[in-house]
Design a protein around this ligand. Structure first.
Ligand code: SGN
Ligand code: CA
Length: 539
């Protein structure tokens, strides 16, 4: 028995060792398996953005100016944000906010004039070091080689619509065709042929369209010809009680240029406008076929316009209609591109595991207050379209009414990718919000705008918005406040800052403003510094 026992003991000891080793082996094997699986399940991120795309020009938002079936698919299969906002309604600053997750006064790119410091952290860099493959395609509107991207193929500055130059990993090339389709082709080429299929990817697919001067692809020049666009009710705004709005230089009637914006490119004598030369240069880029298609469409319109000799209200309405036709024509191609890319994901089994976001660098006026362009903290340019899908986590047809900002993209992407969100990031992940958890979500958002004196003459201002109210302060060569009750006055026609019945609201909104400025670390000294730098750069 003793012997048996000891033999058994030895056996047991060996067995234990073997079992132990086996467990370790299995654990190690599983670990690498888990790691591989994790690698596979980490979501891809396709971040689609266009430039100056008003939510009023997306059918998912309930407007009927244009049907955008492909962009709408993202909301149908995912989530639509009814209250998506920017923090600073202008192009490059907005891009800097998205990349860094920090307000303009923190990331330093406060206007289109200041430079962007690529050395600072951005979410693409974080994803890249976490093993993502990263690509940036299309409009970036910032100098210097984009950092955080394994591949970049971008337009210089604003870029051109026809036969544009692209910079591929630092090398300039002119490409024949229309910028919107070319950008889509480059994005698809990277997805199909250039990326490493074993790694999760991040792609920024950023269109130049529908930026000014709105030049559609030939096939969409006449797309809206059977429609006449009627402007919104406040198109003939008199700006009473709103001096900054009154001094704008972005009126459809007063400031759209007949040649540059509205394509009345006749012999020099007839339409010798201020911006005629700039448009002539863009026209001259076209090849003979492109010019022929362009002229076949516009020549009869020019002839009729000359004959009709419109003025006053009639001219204003004609300009609005032409503006809308061209602006929306460029969006048709953007929507087509979204469709092509979504189809690629679907056909290649990538749909389930890819987060797709569609947004714009800011909103845009489609005639509200008589305007085109953006910059103001009024709703149409403060708001921006945001649609997102991720079938794995987001229920189809979700609608979110909480206020989110472009500040939130960086932390959201990092959150989904399971990458730590750096302390200094000022935005918040919307991952839980999208799933219905709005507990502790913010009740106020902060806005700043700096590009003044400058094009379109929109004064420097900042402000705070809650669900119902908005308080704004215009400063520098003016000093006054505006307050709006968005529930009673959604189109912001009635500045109630001096209305005694809103005294309490005014007091509370001032407190809110102080709170958000403290939270995000903004103050007068920073504003003065950015102003002085701006004035010095403009000299
Ligand atoms: C250009 C446009 C402006 C526009 C800015 C900024 N003028 O300067 O109308 O506001 O870009 O737009 S143009 O005569 O050159 O067309 S942004 O979206 O890039 O910030
Ligand atoms: Ca823009």
């Amino acid at each position: 028995m003793k012997t048996m026992f000891s033999r058994n003991t030895i056996k047991k000891g060996t067995l234990l060792k073997i079992t132990f080793l086996l467990v370790i082996c299995i654990a190690l094997y599983n670990c690498s398996d888990v790691k591989q699986n994790e690698e596979k399940v980490r979501p891809n991120i396709l971040f689609i953005m266009s430039d100056d795309h008003a939510y009023q020009a997306i059918s998912a938002y309930g407007y009927d100016h244009i049907q955008t079936p492909n962009i709408d698919r993202i909301a149908d299969e995912g989530v639509l944000f009814n209250k998506g906002f920017v923090t600073n309604s202008i192009c490059a600053p907005s891009r800097a906010v998205m990349l860094t997750g920090k307000h303009s006064h923190v990331n330093g790119k406060v206007d289109n004039i200041h430079g962007f410091d690529w050395e600072q952290d951005n979410f693409a860099k974080s994803l890249q070091s976490a093993g993502y493959q990263t690509a940036m395609v299309g409009k970036i509107h910032m100098d210097g080689l984009p950092q955080g991207f394994d591949y970049s193929n971008v337009l210089p500055g604003q870029g051109q619509y026809y036969n544009p130059v692209f910079i591929e990993n630092g090398e300039r090339k002119q490409i024949h065709g229309h910028a919107t389709q070319i950008t889509t082709d480059i994005a698809l080429d990277w997805l199909k042929n250039k990326r490493d299929q074993d790694k999760p990817f991040l792609m920024l697919y950023h269109q130049k369209a529908p930026h000014r001067p709105w030049m559609p692809e030939a096939k969409y020049l006449d797309y809206f010809d059977d429609k006449t666009f009627t402007p919104p009710a406040n198109f003939f705004d008199d700006y009473e009680g709103r001096p900054a709005a009154a001094q704008h230089e972005m009126g459809i009637y007063e400031h759209l240029d007949l040649a540059y914006d509205l394509k009345m490119l006749d012999d020099e004598k007839e339409f010798k406008t201020r911006l005629r030369g700039s448009f002539q240069n863009m026209y001259n880029r076209m090849d003979d076929d492109q010019k022929a298609a362009w002229d076949a469409y516009y020549d009869p319109i020019i002839e009729k316009f000359k004959k009709d000799k419109l003025s006053g209200k009639e001219l204003a309405l004609w300009k609005y209609d032409r503006y809308m036709k061209d602006y929306l024509g460029t969006i048709k191609s953007v929507d087509d591109g979204v469709g092509e890319v979504l189809d690629y994901l679907k056909e290649n089994g990538l749909e389930e595991n890819t987060i797709v976001v569609y947004t714009s660098d800011q909103g845009f006026y489609l005639g509200e207050h008589g305007w085109f362009d953006k910059r103001f903290m009024y709703e149409e340019s403060f708001r921006t379209p945001i649609l997102m899908m991720y079938p794995k986590e987001i229920k189809a047809g979700t609608v979110v009414d909480e206020m989110i900002q472009n500040l939130d993209f960086a932390p959201t992407f990092l959150d989904y990718a399971n990458v730590e969100i750096p302390e200094e990031i000022q935005g918040e992940s919307i991952r839980e919000l999208v799933q219905g958890n709005s507990k502790d979500w913010r009740d106020a958002i902060y806005y700043t705008y700096y590009e003044y004196p400058g094009e379109h003459n929109v004064q420097r201002h900042y402000g705070v918005r809650t669900d119902r109210y908005k308080l704004m302060h215009f400063y520098y060569d003016s000093d006054y406040w505006e307050l709006y009750d968005l529930e009673k006055d959604p189109t912001e026609m009635n500045n109630i800052y001096d209305d005694a019945s809103y005294a309490e609201t005014k007091k509370n909104m001032h407190i809110k403003l102080k709170e958000v400025q403290e939270k995000y670390g903004d103050n007068d000294a920073l504003r003065t510094q950015f102003l002085e730098e701006y004035l010095a750069k403009r000299k």
